[in-house]
Design a binder for this molecule. Sequence first.
Ligand SMILES: *Cc1c(COP(=O)(O)O)cnc(C)c1O
Length: 393
Amino acid sequence: MKYKVDENGFYGNFGGAYIPEMLYPNIDELKRNYLEIINSQNFRKDFEKLLSEYVGRPTPLYFAQRLSKKYNTKIYLKREDLCHTGAHKINNTIGQILLAKNLNKKRIIAETGAGQHGVATATVCALMGIDCVIYMGEVDIKRQAPNVARMKMLGAQVREAKSGSKTLKDATNEAMRDWINNPIDTHYIIGSVVGPHPYPDMVTRLQSVISKEVKTQLLEKEGRDYPDYLVACVGGGSNAAGLYYHYLNNEKVKIIAVEAAGKGIDSGESAATIKLGKIGIMHGSKTLLMQNDDGQIIEPYSISAGLDYPGIGPLHSHLYETERAKFVSVNDSEAMDWGLALSQIEGIIPAIETAHAFSILDTMAFKKDDILVFNCSGRGDKDLETYIKYFKL
Ligand SMILES: *Cc1c(COP(=O)(O)O)cnc(C)c1O
């Protein structure tokens, strides 16, 4: 497959495993075992049972009638916002906690920025009765108090990362340090399709349940198992990778990825990694990164904490370079307006991350018979405070 990872962990020019020597044993153990485990019948059985009975899958593929009418095209929403904990992230954490059990790990660590991945990780650790430590930047702990409280309620220990800008990148560094010091009993659950090989491929496969379901659901509703367009927002890229996965080699399906332009591409305050990024190495992977001429990472900005990441998964850099996917960047105000619009047109309050994706309806033209599938990656509850302030509700 043209868009699959090769045995060294590369998607074309991107990916790999650029890690300190101290991490070799951990990464090597994962690399040797992940495919066999996640393809095993036992794993599939446990994974599918939990996705169905605990997460609430399959999530609906909902035909958005009023939105379709307004834009004179056929729009479906893949309702990942209806997953337990409110977003797609739990598909990955359920998979990785089962993998950790298979590898006899007794302890879980994770990084989190906005706290969504931290909550999804703390949730599955509670479910399995496994110790959980979440690393989070000091600044983010202050900004995301409700999610910190959730993680604590779920029994996780939240540790403050006090270095650098005290945000996601620094929390990731702390988590990697912890892993080096605890190589035998600990599994590190990374929250998106980023990090050293095999994480990008592993997380993509776990999230690919999204496109697997879309195929079945579209066949039922439209008599063909593929759409004309797939649309998703991209932070690290996991909900997008999950939506695209089973369609990557079907060139009839056009792929659109939407990244956050913050206050505007040229404002100096954005998270538009593809538009602004240059090739570099961060968190163990070669990919496009927002960096200055000296290779220093530039602090990203977006009103949505989940898209506020200076890198992007190597699969997406490859999809961009090969022009398999079209990348669009959308700024804060466009995304916020769509958060309100989707609420009032369809009765669905989306996460601000998710809202970014819908902006393409204003800038691209579609035919009446085109079938579009948008990934509704998460619900807006967590963003209520931001919506309230922004719209003076
Ligand atoms: C975390 C998050 C994202 C961004 O992460 P990806 O790995 O790019 O999917 C998007 N939407 C929601 C609702 C999130 O919580």
